[in-house]
Design a binder for this molecule. Structure first.
Ligand SMILES: *Cc1c(COP(=O)(O)O)cnc(C)c1O
Length: 366
């Protein structure tokens, strides 16, 4: 059975280590997963309440138009309902974009390192990949513009960027949009939007209707804490949305996920508390890293990419044996780093202790 030729060269996504797997392997009773940028404070209590009282008609297909969530979101963002698309996570919208806009003979431009699903989906569609190295974790927008030609269909901007955490400065984004040719679809992936300090994000909603070639992606998986339910969304002008709607599966978000997303959308307090706590935890952890002399990238997110004195894999392994799962940079295309999701206050106290001991050990060996 032959699939597309390119499938022989690709491998399925390898998720971070799973908790049960690690417990067994190292005889640990408690594992803290700081590997996928999930919200350590869980999710809105109104979602908890909703799930408790749940008596769903599971025999009925979900609402393929996502009406209730769509109305709530359109109102919240002050845009038209027809300017929205929902996916089983924003991952699925990335896939839809590839399916709708990429094919053999065209190319797509992205940063490296960045979120790996852009490249993966583009390769499946047979498009040429043009990767532009980040500078100190930041997108090199000038070089990205330079990589665009007549055959470029999609440019991916991940802001804040996963795995570096850096935010594209507002002015730079607007100047990029001005210079980017209109035949190129610009995808602005704002998966960590809620964590960005007020006033720093591109504030795209104020002006996004002026761009015929922009789609913004956001998700309920990170700050909203609903990664397990799989809901993401995108907004763009109707021309782009209608193309994506053609390739979208008819019932691509479940009825429970749609309802839970609506509940969490109304709980602004949960988001602001999560964001505030994350901010304090980040500052504290940065102070700790300064104290042991480990460099980290500037981050507007709930994770830090930390430069390590030995390979990231070695630090990863040490943390793993002590009950913490993080992401080694070698897996993310940026060696001698680890990406650490910021956990809750207690977990961070523990990981600081473990890292401190490791630092002392490594310094002695040098
Ligand atoms: C986590 C993440 C996503 C995907 O999240 P979903 O769970 O699929 O909504 C998309 N982009 C970036 C940059 C991410 O970090």
């Amino acid at each position: 059975m032959d699939g597309k030729q390119v499938l022989n060269e690709l491998t399925p996504y390898k998720p971070g280590k799973q908790i049960e797997e690690v417990k067994k392997a190292y005889g640990l009773t408690r594992i803290v997963k700081l590997a996928s940028n999930e919200n350590p404070f869980g999710y809105s209590s109104s979602v908890k309440q909703f799930l408790k009282e749940l008596d769903p008609s599971l025999e009925i297909y979900p609402d393929g138009y996502t009406t209730e969530l769509r109305e709530a979101m359109a109102e919240k963002l002050n845009i038209k309902e027809t300017q929205l698309i929902f996916g089983s996570g924003s991952d699925e919208i990335v896939q839809m974009i590839g399916r709708a806009f990429l094919y053999p003979g065209v190319n797509t431009v992205m940063a490296t390192p960045t979120f790996p699903q852009y490249k993966h989906n583009a390769l499946v569609e047979g498009a040429e990949i043009r990767e532009v190295s980040t500078v100190n974790g930041y997108h090199d927008l000038k070089a990205m513009l330079g990589a665009i030609d007549e055959q470029t269909k999609v440019v991916w901007l991940c802001s804040p960027n996963n795995p570096t955490g850096s935010l594209i400065p507002r002015e730079d984004f607007y100047s990029f949009m001005k210079k980017c040719p209109k035949h190129v679809l610009v995808v602005l992936d704002e998966a960590y939007y809620e964590y960005v300090e007020n006033g720093k994000d591109p504030n795209i909603l104020k002006s996004f209707t002026c761009y015929e070639n922009l789609i913004v992606l956001r998700t309920f998986s990170k700050a909203y804490g609903l990664a397990g339910l799989r809901v993401g969304y995108g907004f763009a002008n109707e021309n782009i949305i209608s193309k994506l709607d053609v390739v979208r599966g008819p019932f691509n978000t479940s009825s429970i996920a749609q309802k839970a997303a609506v509940k969490s959308l109304y709980d602004d307090d949960f988001i602001s508390q999560s964001v505030d706590r994350n901010k304090a935890i980040k500052a504290d952890f940065q102070e700790f890293l300064d104290s042991i002399g480990w460099h980290y990238y500037e981050s507007e997110t709930n994770f830090l990419l930390v430069s390590t004195p030995v390979s990231g894999t070695e630090v990863f392994q040490h943390l793993l044996e002590n009950g913490f799962i993080v992401r080694p940079g070698e897996l993310l295309g940026i060696p001698r780093t680890v990406r650490i999701t910021l956990g809750n206050e207690n977990d961070m106290e523990q990981i600081k202790e473990i890292l401190h001991q490791f630092h002392v050990k490594v310094s002695r060996e040098k």
